[in-house]
Ligand binder design. Structure first.
Ligand code: BYC
Length: 335
């Protein structure tokens, strides 16, 4: 089951090792491992709530990577040069790869990929709010690299130290690829900013549309985040939503200056006492509206994913038929 190859359905991944011990001994061993900042592995005993939290977060993360291919994918056929097209294709493929690692990591917790995908396709499972906004111009592609991937890295670096081993290990490679994504976006914008007035205006317009949505990517304020406290106790999350948002703002303001764009927040100001930038109010009503399925592109994104999944049914059928045939042959040869 934990494989990149197509395999026939197998229940083995669900049979997690039976570890001897009473419920309280198992729980105490788990808590001790967490307190010592150790890793929990798939075969280890873990509380159901820990398992459920991980499946929720990792599968939502996987869905975000997969749906996240769509806004930029729309520009592959319209990239302004062969070089930009090659870079964009590589980036979008990377996002697909991240989704696949993450589904695999979630499968180690005993939840099947079909179940996770059914959650996405029915609209029940969440994915990152940011991918429900349109990519109107080529500058949006650069801004997604710079700001969306930049925010994603800020959030994902601490996940490399997540207490669940398969998720933490997947994040190491994902973060390496995300830094290439961020740099290619920033570099594309630097080139546009050295171009014509129209190009500079296009970059500024994309920054204006994406800035606030990127700040919301980090999730609701800590005080309104139902999962944060327990997620931090379990070592799944290491840094809170608000702290990560602040780190992202502090890192991005100097980059915006080098680029020559204005961040669309009149309240953005260095606070000497806090040693951080102060910033304005995020529109949380708009955020929740988008998360609940009513953003500008939610319906289009889901419909595209469902169609791609249905169109691919024959490939899954063929791969399964082939795997079945191989297995039958192996059994016959062994007999
Ligand atoms: N959008 O208690 P909270 C990428 C939900 S893609 C939608 O703070 P938690 C890329 C949250 O799920 C990388 N929903 O939750 C790809 C929860 O709802 P449920 C994406 C959001 O889990 C292609 C509720 O609000 N990164 O890099 O402690 C191209 C309460 O929130 C959002 C990840 O997925 C949101 N923005 O913290 C380019 C990172 N924020 O489940 C780039 C992994 C919150 O109760 N995930 N919600 O129904 C995480 O780190 C955490 O899950 C979050 C939320 C920080 C997002």
């Amino acid at each position: 089951m934990y494989t990149q190859a197509m395999d026939i359905p197998d229940e083995s991944g669900k049979k997690l090792a039976v570890v001897p011990g009473t419920a309280s001994e198992l729980e105490a061993a788990f808590e001790a491992r967490i307190a010592a900042d150790g890793r929990i592995e798939p075969q280890d005993w873990m509380p159901d709530a820990y398992r459920r939290t991980l499946v929720r977060q990792i599968s939502q993360h996987a869905h975000s990577e997969i749906v996240g291919m769509l806004p930029e994918g729309n520009w592959i056929s319209r990239a302004p040069s062969l070089k930009r097209k090659a870079i964009l294709i590589a980036k979008v493929q990377d996002e697909g790869g991240h989704g696949l690692y993450l589904y695999s990591a979630a499968e180690t917790l005993g939840t099947g990929r079909d179940e996770m995908l059914a959650g996405l396709h029915s609209g029940k499972a969440k994915y990152s709010s940011i991918f429900n906004y349109p990519t109107l111009t080529w500058a949006d592609v650069g801004v997604i690299g710079w700001l969306v991937d930049g925010a994603a890295i800020m959030n994902q670096i601490p996940l490399c130290r997540c207490s669940y081993g398969p998720y933490a290990r997947a994040m190491i490679r994902v973060c390496k690829e995300e830094s290439f994504h961020q740099r290619q976006g920033y570099e594309a914008l630097l080139v546009m900013m050295k171009g014509t007035d129209e190009q500079r205006a296009m970059v500024q317009d994309a920054v204006n549309r994406y800035w606030w949505k990127c700040l919301a990517m980090f999730g609701p304020p800590d005080a309104d985040s139902p999962h944060s406290a327990q997620g931090m106790r379990w070592g799944i999350k290491r840094i809170s939503n608000d702290e990560l948002r602040q780190k992202f703002i502090d890192a991005t303001v100097p980059q915006a200056k080098v680029l020559g764009v204005t961040l669309p927040d009149p309240a953005l100001k260095w606070n000497e006492e806090r040693q951080h930038y102060d910033y304005g109010q995020i529109d949380w009503t708009e955020f929740w509206n988008t998360v609940e399925g009513n953003g500008p592109c939610n319906k289009e994104r889901l419909a595209t994913r469902v169609k791609a999944h249905n169109d691919g049914q024959w490939v899954r059928d063929a791969a399964l038929a082939y795997a079945r045939k191989q297995k039958e042959r192996a059994i016959k040869e062994a007999a």
